[in-house]
Write a protein of this length. Structure first.
Length: 817
């Protein structure tokens, strides 16, 4: 017992360094469970034709070395004699060994292959598999028929007919098994509860429903394209979308048509239609999203928004959407290009008549006097607000060049040798860098052309003009030599092979669709996952370089012309001098003519003759109000002319020799026309405003009086009607302030009542303080900053001219006066 315990005592150190028991030879120990097997190989006899006839030692013995033959190899044929004849016989076609083997069949047709059961028992009969899935479709159909009470077995159709019908159904075509119901707008099966052999009715109906939806989608897109093409009111963007849809459908039909011959099963058919179905559903959603769009800009904006939604989705569908957006946005981009001057504008229909982002306030005005208004809501949403304003201002400046300086190179940009690039989309960094390089190169070429035109180094009408699009001529030359050359060229053209028309070649959309559907083409992960900018920035990165380049040079040219040819600085100073009461002489003469009670009244009295000299309205000293138009003419006569011809502004123009001789007396200039047809006029008032004007003691008594100024073309592009309305509003306020100042300045000073004297002092102090604040802080300081800004621009223009540069030292988008 102790020995047994010590044998298994895990805490004993007696056998610590002894060899473990699992290293012992197991064969040396006797088995305690099974006795050793005693086999007499020599005595065993097998009743089998392949059984050994002798003992194992003899059967497994290796052959002796004597059985092998040793010796030199046989001599090969001599290589000296050539076996190649002069007339080499034609090579026989290669034989297809696999075809020969198929025709001959098995090598040993009578050889039987034994299983373990037949090996042991020759009379063994093979049993059929109990699994229905291994018995073929016939067994499955029979099982469905037996279970018809619980589950409908359906009607089994021929596989070839069903496959062909489903293939046509997926392409939106009627067939022998499916026809289109125009009332329900869907395909219907001609045979109810139809199925294929080996497929359950539920699975077959699910597959048929799947293909019915695919066919309905295909037919919906096809009808959309046909309706769009046949409608005379379809907008260009919708036509472009219909063209894109038609290209996609044509690619799907062509690709699936090539694959139809290889389809042998329903699973293969479903697999072939998997990608086309996803493309059809995606395109159908795009069409549904834009069905209520009324303008090109709205339609392209909706598609751009859809593209942003699938940015993180399927890469192939995203590429397809990008290509569709390029086609659909082309009409909007062409309109922007025409307005900016990088594309020829058709003369038949101006842009402002196309329901676009440009409109005019007075369509009946002459072209030089037309004022364009920007409608930001009509700008495509993929154009940023900053770029939208730049586009409008650039086009507005370009119209100034076309109407006022038609011989300027920018006014004839479509005929210049410098051809601008198109506005194109770029969705990869490589494409965006290419577009930026094109815009930079165009800017440099156009800058050189403008500098050469400015310096007079070339004649813009001859040297820099080439046909933008050379058109074939049909005129026959007059000289004999030219006539011979004309006939030779014609004969050479006739001998050439006909060239393929651009309409017969597949476009990028068709090629992209075929690439997506081509299962043999492996998608390169590196190419598919090319690092690209976010879709929200793709439009800005694509269009901004070209927009900025065009705007920079157009603004540089127009600013020079505005300041140097059209006296913009003079007319800006004119607004400061009169509308903002910046001229002290004008303010004093106006206040005296309106309020001075000591002047002769311009009011008509019975039996009294008016002198017509030094007359006034005497507002505050009369009861009848408002004055008649004749009173206004007499009272305000000479106020504007006297103040203008005695001003420093007029003297500055005299130095430049712009006006007539300064030696004429001032009163002889009353009938002279001032810049901008400056004159007093009556303001249009509402009924409520007219009632306020009727009271001579009210603050609104002079609201009817306004300064009329008409900006001469093309200055109306800078000093717009909206700006003049703001000047007029300020002038109305300053007239009220001028009246208050005149009243408090002429209040009596010898009031007996101390409260009255105190009220006079407070009123005078308040009005003087308010007047100083308005004229100094409200008007003088901002205007001085504005003048400094304008002076800085003129200085930089001079520096650019001295350095031979254009649009480099400054960036001005527009002037707001």
């Amino acid at each position: 017992m102790e020995a047994a315990d010590s044998l298994h005592n895990v805490f004993s150190s007696r056998d610590l360094w002894s060899q473990p028991s699992f290293f012992d030879d197991g064969e040396s120990e006797e088995s305690t469970l099974f006795p050793p097997l005693q086999l007499d190989i020599a005595a065993i006899r097998f009743d089998h034709p392949y059984a050994p006839k002798h003992d194992l030692e003899r059967e497994l013995r290796l052959p002796d070395l004597d059985t092998f033959e040793f010796g030199p190899l046989p001599q090969l044929e001599s290589l000296d004699e050539s076996s190649i004849a002069i007339d080499t016989p034609p090579l026989e076609p290669d034989e297809d060994v696999w075809q020969i083997a198929l025709e001959q069949g098995p090598a040993n047709k009578n050889v039987l292959f034994y299983t373990w059961q037949s090996f042991e028992k020759r009379e063994h009969v093979e049993s059929r598999s109990p699994y229905i899935t291994e018995q073929g479709p016939e067994a499955f159909d029979a099982a469905l028929v037996c279970d018809d009470g619980k589950t409908s077995a359906g009607k089994v159709l021929k596989a070839e007919i069903l496959l062909q019908s489903l293939w046509n159904l997926g392409l939106g075509r009627s067939s022998i098994l499916f026809h289109y119901n125009p009332k329900l707008k869907t395909f219907e099966p001609a045979v109810l509860e139809a199925r294929a052999s080996g497929v359950s009715l539920k699975a077959a109906q699910s597959l048929i429903t799947h293909f019915i939806h695919t066919g309905n989608t295909f037919l919906y897109l096809r009808s959309f394209a046909e309706r769009t093409f046949s409608s005379a009111t379809s907008i260009p963007a919708k036509v472009a979308l219909a063209t894109s849809v038609s290209s996609i459908l044509a690619s799907l039909e062509d690709t699936l048509g090539k694959q139809s011959a290889t389809i042998r099963s329903l699973i293969q058919l479903q697999h072939q239609f998997a990608k086309p179905r996803s493309i059809l559903i995606h395109v159908a959603r795009m069409v549904d999203a834009v069905k209520h769009a009324k303008t090109n800009e709205q339609l392209s904006s909706i598609l751009h928004h859809r593209l942003l939604e699938i940015e993180e989705g399927n890469d192939q569908l995203r590429q397809l959407s990008c290509q569709v957006l390029c086609h659909v946005a082309r009409p909007s981009l062409e309109l922007l290009s025409e307005w900016m001057g990088i594309r020829k504008e058709p003369a038949a229909l101006p842009i402002w008549q196309r329901d676009s982002f440009v409109t005019v306030e007075d369509p009946t005005a002459d072209p030089p006097a037309i004022e364009y208004t920007y409608r930001s809501e009509m700008m495509p949403r993929f154009i940023t607000p900053e770029d939208g304003n730049t586009i409008f201002e650039t086009g507005n400046s370009l119209r100034f060049l076309k109407t006022q300086h038609p011989h300027h190179p920018l006014a004839r940009l479509d005929g210049l040798a410098v051809q601008p690039p198109d506005m194109e989309w770029g969705f990869r960094w490589q494409d965006i860098e290419t577009l930026a390089s094109k815009a930079k190169a165009y800017e440099e070429r156009l800058r050189r052309a403008l500098l050469a035109f400015t310096e007079g180094q070339q004649d813009a009408t001859d040297a820099s003009i080439i046909p933008a699009t050379p058109e074939p001529t049909t005129q026959v030359p007059a000289t004999a030599q030219a006539l011979d050359r004309y006939f030779e060229d014609s004969m050479r053209v006739m001998d050439e092979e006909p060239k393929l028309s651009s309409q017969t070649l597949p476009d990028n959309l068709q090629l992209l669709t075929e690439t997506i559907l081509d299962t043999a083409v492996k998608v390169d992960d590196a190419a598919a996952n090319t690092f690209s900018p976010p879709m929200s920035l793709a439009s800005t990165l694509s269009f901004h370089p070209l927009i900025a380049a065009q705007a920079k040079l157009v603004n540089a040219a127009t600013v020079r012309l505005f300041f140097r040819s059209h006296q913009l600085r003079l007319h800006l100073s004119l607004q400061r001098q009169y509308h903002l009461l910046g001229d002290g002489v004008f303010s004093s003469l106006l206040a005296t003519a309106l309020f001075d009670p000591d002047r002769e009244s311009a009011e008509r009295h019975k039996g009294r003759m008016r002198s017509g000299v030094q007359m006034g309205l005497q507002l505050g000293s009369r009861k009848s109000w408002p004055p008649a138009s004749s009173e206004l003419r007499l009272a305000l006569r000479g106020v504007l002319s006297e103040s203008y011809y005695s001003s420093t502004l007029f003297q500055s123009t005299q130095k430049d020799g712009e006006t007539s001789s300064p030696h004429m007396h001032l009163h002889n200039r009353d009938n002279d026309e001032l810049p901008g047809q400056l004159n007093f006029a009556i303001r249009n008032l509402t009924e409520t405003e007219q009632e306020k004007v009727m009271d001579p003691d009210a603050l609104h008594a002079l609201d009817f009086l306004r300064l009329q100024y008409v900006a001469p073309p093309p200055l109306n592009l800078v000093i717009t009607t909206t700006a003049l309305d703001k000047y007029d509003y300020i002038f109305k306020f300053l007239l009220r302030l001028l009246r208050m100042l005149f009243v408090v300045s002429h209040l009596p000073r010898d009031y007996a009542d101390p409260d009255s004297r105190h009220l006079r002092m407070e009123a005078y102090h308040f009005v003087i303080t308010l007047t100083n604040y308005v004229f100094q802080t409200g008007i003088a300081e901002p205007w001085n900053e504005y003048e400094s800004f304008v002076a800085k621009i003129e200085s930089r223009l001079d520096k650019e001219d001295a350095a031979g540069e254009l649009g480099v030292r400054y960036s001005v988008r527009a002037f707001a006066s």
